[in-house]
Design a protein. Sequence first.
Lengths: 160, 89
Amino acid sequence: MSIDSTRFSGKIEITDAPIVAEAIVAAIKAGGDGAVCVFDGIVRDNTLGRRTLYLDYEAYREMALEQMRGLAADAVARFGVRDVAMVHRLGRLEVGETSVLIVTASAHRAAAFDACRWLIDTLKKTVPIWKKETFADGAIWSDGEAFPEEIATASRGTLG
Amino acid sequence: MRVKLLYFGVLKDLVGATEGAIELPDGATAGGLLRILRERTSNIQMEERLWQSLAVAVNRQYASPQQVLREDDEVALLPPVSGGGAGER
């Protein structure tokens, strides 16, 4: 992946504090926009029926920020949205709290929806953030999704 | 030459450290580093599936296996990532 994170200057953050969605959505709107699409990723109270108490998120912080800026720049180039905001929270999060907020602003709704969906899907596969789930009866690191093909891994005979 | 190592997620717990360093022959690659690490850490119980799924970042960029490492590079071993919401697939 060739990501040039210098191409994007919008709101991209990794934070240890609660994410205030309303403020981020209000701040992104501009006169030429006809649509703002918001993905608010929150902590669910269970995984496959196992009761979740809380999640702990950690990141390779500098790399994650660079990756997020690169994805935002790619979303502008691919979908033609005007602006993107992406904020991911780290640390311990309780059920119902926002772990990630993605906002896309565009003249038309199709681009805003498509870019928002692509951003969360791609973030979940490529941005170096991990979560440990603590259940009522134990804790595990989430398996995560396999890296996409353009990222080399040992299983493809490409590393190791 | 010496490179800095960073461990994240489940790997951090398995290795028992967040960072370390390793001495490598000049000209060693990202792929070569993984092979060497695997030999030297045979005492660590790690599922084959996890080894196979690892990616490597060099100086905060995903690396190809052929990438040649240099003195003082920051090399991170990355298990599959799991940011975002609550594990929805």
